[in-house]
Design a protein around this ligand. Sequence first.
Ligand SMILES: [Zn+2]
Ligand SMILES: [Zn+2]
Ligand SMILES: [Zn+2]
Length: 141
Amino acid sequence: MKKSLWVAVLLLAGVLFSASGVGNAGLKNYQCRKCALLVRSENVPPAMGCRADEGGHLWQELGPVGAMNYQCMKCRVNVESRWEPNVQGCPASGNHQWNRLGKIGPVNHQCRKCGLTVRTEETPNPIGCPNGGNHQWYKSK
Ligand SMILES: [Zn+2]
Ligand SMILES: [Zn+2]
Ligand SMILES: [Zn+2]
């Protein structure tokens, strides 16, 4: 009797644990289509406080937070995403144009041309610098 009760408690705890989301599992990237601000949230963030529009942010969901860096060549946002982010709603115009820069790691790399800093394991992909041609990456602090 006592043993079966414990099993029930453990099962319930397991269900609650998985429902609450482990680590970043429930987090998504949201970007405002007007001011280009990027935030991580489990739900659509509040509209208040947009720098580009008194009417508030217009949030576009980009997909789940993950271990890969993607940069849009047009609006220059860098997103840590599980897979290629949603193309819809680039603040610059039309659709985002994503370039996969590399897996998240402990080393900061900065581009001499566009100034972007990304945390990666290895030298990020050079293709698609927003300032034209290839990124020129160096290790920064
Ligand atoms: Zn905004
Ligand atoms: Zn974009
Ligand atoms: Zn660059």
